[in-house]
Design a protein around this ligand. Structure first.
Ligand code: ZN
Ligand code: ZN
Ligand code: ZN
Length: 375
């Protein structure tokens, strides 16, 4: 059988399941159940439909892994040459009973069960009613360490996704800006994200003028004017892996106050990037960015963490946030995206994805760090 579209070409699924089992064994967890989403895709390559009909991949310390799947979706499943058993359920059957039985089969009746962090409450509550002796922990306890350290193949896919989103950034100077609405420009950029080879557009933030002081502004009917800055934060999914980058477009020459803030922001982003190396605490990267911005007098205007991990999900571990003393390891991939937000005036953010290497850092986004000035 062939791999489903959008999935990493031939990862070693068996090795991933073995690594999950090793982590379970260390933590004393006997069974793991993950529902539709990236944990499930990570472990067996299947992209389950996130619907009320439950799909669950169950890994026990012993025995064969099992994919419980709605009968009508079973034809989409590739069992990776018999790596796991496929158990189907038909409409009208008690699907949660089946999932509970598989989780119990994978461990002792009262043993600890790890459940996917993003499992729906209706699924988890139903399982808890059926396995009332079990204790429950989040699957991230088991999978966080595995998923946050990317293999060479995964880094190659993130590098490709980075190049694809960079190609979109390169088109920004040739777009029409002044006189169009944020939403019109966002739609045009969304088309470019697909044209650049992403199979999905994950988000397009186009925030003009004072709107950019809201970091996650939803593009609307505000018309972009000459003299304004427009924050563009874009990302898509290519071959299952996410891209994410932010640049700022200035419509005409930027005002002196914008230029001063941009210089500080750029220095902060580059200082933080330069600190990345194995053994450095994630929080130290945040501190590096924050230190530069605070010294320049904009400390109160940097209102979010410096970055987030990226992979199958657009936001995942590790988080580059104050207080996170987790040490960076080769293979971790995350954003470095400090921002300066001045309410009622303007907002700026500069974002690249980086990968930790054996002795430092590789930057996966390669477009210039200058403000992009358009006519
Ligand atoms: Zn964001
Ligand atoms: Zn972003
Ligand atoms: Zn980001």
């Amino acid at each position: 059988m062939t791999a489903a579209a959008g999935v990493t070409p031939v990862p070693d699924w068996g090795a991933r399941i073995d690594a999950a089992r090793a982590a379970m064994s260390d933590l004393g967890i006997e069974s793991l159940g993950v529902t539709a989403g990236s944990d499930l895709t990570y472990l067996c390559g299947y992209e389950a439909m996130p619907l009320e009909r439950i799909t669950m991949f169950v890994v026990g310390l012993w025995g064969e892994p099992v994919l419980v799947v709605p009968e009508l979706e079973a034809p989409r499943v590739d069992d990776r040459d018999g790596l796991f058993e496929v158990v189907t359920w038909a409409d009208g059957e008690d699907s949660l009973d089946i999932c509970a039985r598989m989780l119990r089969r994978a461990g002792h009746p009262g043993g600890p069960v790890a459940i996917g962090d993003r499992a729906w409450a209706e699924h988890l509550l139903g399982l808890q009613r059926r396995l009332y002796h079990a204790t429950w922990v989040p699957a991230s306890d088991v999978l966080r360490g595995l998923r946050s350290v990317k293999s060479a193949a995964e880094i190659a896919l993130l590098r490709e996704a980075g190049a694809a989103i960079d190609a979109v950034v390169e088109t920004l100077p040739s777009l029409e800006w002044a006189g169009r609405t944020e939403a019109e420009v966002a739609a045009a950029i969304g088309d470019e994200i697909v044209a650049a080879g992403h199979e999905l557009v994950n988000f397009v933030i186009v925030a003009a003028g004072a709107n950019a002081a809201s970091p996650h502004h939803e593009p609307g009917d505000k018309v972009i004017n000459a003299g304004e800055c427009v924050l563009v934060d874009i990302g898509g999914t290519r071959k299952g892996y996410c891209s994410d980058t932010t640049r700022v477009v200035s419509i005409g020459a930027p005002a002196a106050e914008v230029e001063a803030a941009w210089d500080a922001l750029r220095a902060a982003q580059e200082r933080a990037t330069a600190t990345v190396a194995p053994g450095i605490a994630a929080g130290a990267v945040d501190a590096a960015a924050r230190g530069v911005i605070t010294e320049a007098g904009y400390g109160d205007a940097f209102i979010h963490r410096t970055g987030h991990g990226i992979g199958l999900d657009a936001h995942e571990d590790p988080y580059i946030v104050a207080g996170n003393d987790e040490e960076l390891q080769p293979g971790m991939c995350f954003s470095i995206e400090p921002g300066i937000y001045l309410s009622g005036r303007f907002g700026l953010r500069l974002e690249d994805i980086v990968a930790v290497t054996d002795d430092g850092v590789e930057v996966l986004n390669r477009t210039a760090h200058e403000l992009i000035v358009v006519g």
